[in-house]
Write a protein that binds this ligand. Structure first.
Ligand code: NAP
Length: 419
């Protein structure tokens, strides 16, 4: 441990930044390890808070922060710029960085980690994935002895809130999203959450931690949860399942398969039982089997715990060389069963024509489900198929989707029944 406390400056005094300062102020027992020296924010006068001690300098000049030669800066501004410029400036000066910024890491982690390594300093980012859940420390240190095979989880609280509410209440997505916005679980534009970019960025970071490889966010297949309807939950229930947004990455021959999107999971599984905005992540290892982490994936105080823990870990590891993440390659997913939902204008022969298109691709049907009571011009029914590769399934669905009996495009969801 260093004799002097780590002198840390906070860049950004918003939800997370204020909560970080609050912990450091509330916990005098940490004062001999971490000392908050500066709080930087634009228009900083608005932010001044009486509970922050006078020893802390409030500033709207980032130059003042760097001139003070801090040991670490905490970047909790968010976004690619100007946060990226300030993170690079810190690392270039040999100043350690703690950040919660998953988007910056997903885009630039290899460059930033390399910069940290060449400057003999550290880049830490426990808060960037699953908020307050100590997932990165757990994987990087607790599971370092295993050969990891797969990381899969519910990493986006907004999508999980929406889907778990739909599962419980038979409500349409639009009504649940309106409620989520009112309660502060969803932003005015929830696209990054429900279309998978947020969870995708977190999977990029987790792939780096678990496999020491950088995957490009643009290469990770992402499927929106927007197409999930109340009928899908009814059919999923008949199969003993529910639907969750799952983000996963696993090793495969020659690279990594990865996916973010809605999937069927067993109702009694870790994923199926995960409600509201909670996060849950399961890591599978060759030797140790499965380990799961769960907890608050967001929120100022929970996320701030992760940031402060990173600061404390810096006080113990000043001589550790920063890791690097060479590029990894995305490969197709392994064969798996799928749930296929069709909404059709009913007429004789539809099932036979769908079955024939699947058979032409060598795909075997498992079950056919059709609930009564739907209108004949928009009739939803479900076919589950045995484990198959994604490419022939896409070919079959493309062919089926061209038929004029479809009232909506066919929907395919992987069935992840082992989780
Ligand atoms: N909130 C969570 O639960 C959570 C969880 C995990 C990770 N994170 C990550 O933590 C980071 C911060 O999130 P947050 O929720 O704390 O955001 P936030 O509440 O919007 O706080 C950001 C702060 O940075 C300031 N800021 C923005 N641009 C600036 C600029 N150009 N110059 C100076 N100050 C600037 C903002 O000032 P203004 O007040 O003037 O806008 C605000 O005080 C993000 O990377 C986010 O993804 C957040």
């Amino acid at each position: 441990m260093t004799a002097q406390p780590l002198r840390a400056a906070l860049l950004g005094f918003g939800t997370v930044g204020a909560a970080v300062a609050r912990i450091l102020v509330d916990r005098p027992d940490l004062a001999d390890r971490v000392q908050l020296t500066h709080i930087f924010n634009r228009d900083v006068a608005r932010k001044r808070s009486a509970w922050v001690p006078p020893s802390v300098t409030w500033t709207e000049s980032v130059d003042d922060v760097f001139a003070s030669k801090p040991d670490a800066v905490v970047e909790v501004i968010g976004g690619l710029e100007p946060a990226g410029t300030w993170v690079r400036r810190a690392l270039t000066q040999g100043v350690a960085v703690v950040t919660a910024n998953k988007m910056l890491l997903a885009a630039h982690a290899p460059e930033l980690l390399h910069l940290a390594a060449t400057k003999g300093t550290q880049l830490r980012f426990e808060a960037a994935v699953a908020g307050g859940v100590p997932l990165i420390h757990g994987v990087r240190e607790g599971l370092a002895g295993d050969r990891l095979l797969r990381v899969a989880g519910i990493l986006n609280g907004t999508s999980n809130y929406v889907l778990s509410r739909m599962a419980a209440g038979d409500e349409p997505m639009s009504a649940v999203l309106d409620d989520a916005r009112r309660l502060g679980y969803a932003e005015a534009d929830p696209s990054a959450d429900i279309d998978g970019d947020d969870a995708g960025a977190k999977i990029v970071v987790l792939a780096g931690i678990a496999f020491r490889r950088h995957l490009r966010l643009a290469d990770i297949p992402r499927q929106s949860i927007r197409s999930i309807s109340a009928a899908d939950f009814r059919y999923a229930r008949q199969l003993g399942c529910t639907i969750r947004q799952i983000a996963m990455v696993g090793t495969s021959d020659g690279g990594f398969h990865a996916f973010v999107g809605p999937a069927l999971v067993l109702r009694g599984s870790n994923f199926g039982l995960n409600m509201g905005a909670n996060n849950v992540v399961t890591i599978a290892g060759h030797y140790g089997g499965e380990n799961s982490f769960s907890g608050a994936g967001a929120g100022g105080p929970a996320t701030a715990v992760a940031v402060v823990s990173d600061l404390l870990s810096l006080t113990q590891r000043t001589h550790e060389r920063s890791e690097e993440w060479p590029a990894g390659t995305i490969t197709p997913p392994p064969a798996r069963p799928y749930y296929l939902r069709f909404v059709v204008r009913d007429r004789p022969g539809i099932l036979a024509s769908i079955a024939a298109a699947l058979a032409r691709q060598g795909i075997n049907l498992d079950a056919v489900l059709q609930e009564p009571g739907y209108p004949k011009d928009a009739l939803p029914f479900v076919i589950t198929v045995e484990a198959c590769q994604e490419a022939p399934l896409k070919t079959a669905l493309h062919e089926i989707g061209r038929s004029d009996f479809n009232a909506e495009p066919p929907l395919a969801l992987p069935m992840l029944l082992g989780d």
